[in-house]
Design a protein. Sequence first.
Length: 363
Amino acid sequence: MPYRNPSSARRPLQRLLALLLLPLLLLGPVSAAQAKEKFKVAWTIYAGWMPWDYAAQSGIVKKWADKYNIEIDVVQINDYVESINQYTAGGFDGCVMTNMDALTIPAAAGVDSTALIVGNFSAGADGILVRGGSKDLKDLKGKTILLVENSVSHYLLSRALEWAHLQPSDVTIENVSDKDLAQVWRSGKGDAVVTWNPILADLRQDGDSVQVFSSHHVPGEILDLLVINSQTLTQHPELGRALTGAWFEGMRLMGLPNAAGAAARASMARAADTTPEDFDEQLRTIRSFYAPRSAAAFASGEKMPDLMQRVANFADAQQLLGEGPGLQRLGISFSDNRVLGNPAQIMLRFNPAYMQLAADNQL
C-alpha cells in the first residue's frame, strides 16, 4: 500500500473550510455592529416623563437594548408639540405624549400609533392660573387665556368651562408655545394661563396668581403615554420589550422609599432644573403606575373607550380630526377587541400586551 501523508489528505478539507469561513471572517464584528437596528425615541421635560432621561443617562436603556441586540437613542426635545410633529413626520420611532395629542396629531395625520406604555395620569399636574385673587371659575368670562392651542391644556380649559357653565366663545385664547409660555405670561400678557408642570409649578411660585382649576378635578382623563409607530412595533417587537423593561426599571427605582430612590429622584430633579423637594411635589400631582400590572389594568379598563370618546368630542369641536365626526374616518382600538370609531381605519391602539409581559416577568 503506498504511503499517504495524513496532512496532505486533510488539505482539500482545509481549503473547503477556508473558503466557507472567508466571507464570515471578512464581515466579522463590523457586520454584526452594522446589523444592529437603531431606534430613536423623543421626550420632553415633565415630571411624569423624567424616568426616560434617568434610564438613558444611568445605562438602563442601554442594558435593555443590549439584551435585544438593538440601539435606542432617547432624545430630549425642548418643544413638546414639535416633538410630536417630528414623530408624526417619521423623525422618531416613538415619542411621549398625552392621549389627546396621540389622537389629534399622529392618528389624525394617518400615522398608525400604539400606546405602548401608560405611565401615569394627571391629577393636578395641569392647571389654570388667573391673575388676581378670584377663584370663581365663572370669572373666566371675558378673559384672555394663554395656552398651547389644541393641546391638552386646551382640553383642560374646555372641561373648566363646562364646570362653570360657560361657552368657548366666552373667552379669548392666545396661542403660545410651551417653551415661550412662562416668559410671555411674566411679561404681563393674558388674564389667565393654562399649562402643565414644571411650568405650572414655576409660575405658581410667583405669587401673583391663583389656581382656579386643575386636572385634579378630572382625574384619569389626561394620560401620559409612550407612543410607538405601530408598523415599527409589529416589525420589531424587541423594541417594545426593551422600552417597556427600561421604563419599569426606572419607575421602580424612582418609587423606592429609601436612599436609592431619593438619589434617583434627585437626579431627575437636576435634569428638570428644579430642587428635589419641588420635584417630589410635582410627582404628587400625578398618579404614577410604578408597577406594570397596575398600568396594564388601567390601560385595559372598561372606562378607556368612554374616556377617549370624550377626548374625540373635544377634538371634533375644534375640528382637529377634520370636518364632521372624526371617528367616522378613524378608529381607536382597545383590549378585548373593543373599537371606538371606524374599525377599518384603526390609527390609535391601546395595547397593554407589553405591560402585561412586564407584569408577568416575561420580557
